[in-house]
Write a protein that binds this ligand. Structure first.
Ligand SMILES: Cc1cc2nc3c(=O)[nH]c(=O)nc-3n(C[C@H](O)[C@H](O)[C@H](O)COP(=O)(O)OP(=O)(O)OC[C@H]3O[C@@H](n4cnc5c(N)ncnc54)[C@H](O)[C@@H]3O)c2cc1C
Length: 168
């Protein structure tokens, strides 16, 4: 195991780092390696980096079938016919179906998560807290739910109105 630095803080130490905490906060754990990335900027950066390295991106080309044949893989779909010697399965939940076609067990399943995103406000959080964090653009993202809702992506105020404890 790789050792990493972490600190267990009491109320006063936590308050020095996050002056907004209330009196009920007993303490906190802190790891200097923790951080966050802005998902929107990350996605853009990944696309730019991918293209700079010669990658070509084909949106809206869902792979429906992978056929391993003669030392290569053939990818089939409504708008896709591609052959390659190596493929990387990075289809998220789609991997549950695709992996089985190349003999890999990838039992991924959906869990729905809802968060509250506020309007942009002046920076006030210097540290990321598990379920409260401020993006570099100023929005505050609050909480997250972990719901067994299958592929249903509908959201509502019920979860957001409740006191929710994340297990992520
Ligand atoms: C509310 C919420 C908050 C979260 N917060 C965090 C967080 O703070 N930190 C963190 O680390 N994670 C977080 N996660 C989890 C994180 O978003 C996922 O774990 C991550 O996006 C999974 O990445 P992935 O590349 O495996 O799959 P995805 O991001 O799902 O990407 C898979 C891609 O493959 C495409 N695809 C699917 N099937 C096919 C197919 N058959 N052919 C071609 N393309 C296909 C999809 O369209 C998609 O673009 C959060 C998730 C939620 C819902």
């Amino acid at each position: 195991m790789v050792p990493f630095e972490y600190h267990i803080l009491d109320h006063a130490q936590t308050e020095k780092m996050l002056p907004q905490i209330g009196p009920d906060v007993v303490g906190a754990s802190f790891c200097p390696l923790d951080g966050q990335v802005n998902a929107l900027r990350l996605l853009r950066a990944l696309h730019v980096g991918f293209q700079r390295h010669g990658g070509r991106y084909f949106p809206d080309r869902a792979v429906e079938r992978i056929e391993p044949r003669g030392g290569e893989f053939r990818l089939h779909g409504a708008n896709v016919e591609i052959s390659a010697h190596k493929i990387v399965l990075a289809a998220g939940l789609g991997n549950a179906l695709l992996a089985a076609m190349v003999g890999i067990n990838a039992p991924v399943r959906p869990q729905r998560g809802q968060i509250i995103v506020t309007e942009k406000v002046a920076p006030f959080m210097n540290y990321v807290v598990h379920t409260i964090r401020q993006t570099d653009e100023g929005s505050v993202m609050i909480s997250d739910s972990v719901e067994e809702a299958g592929f249903d992506i509908s959201v509502g105020s019920e979860v957001l109105a409740g006191r929710h404890h994340s297990s992520a």
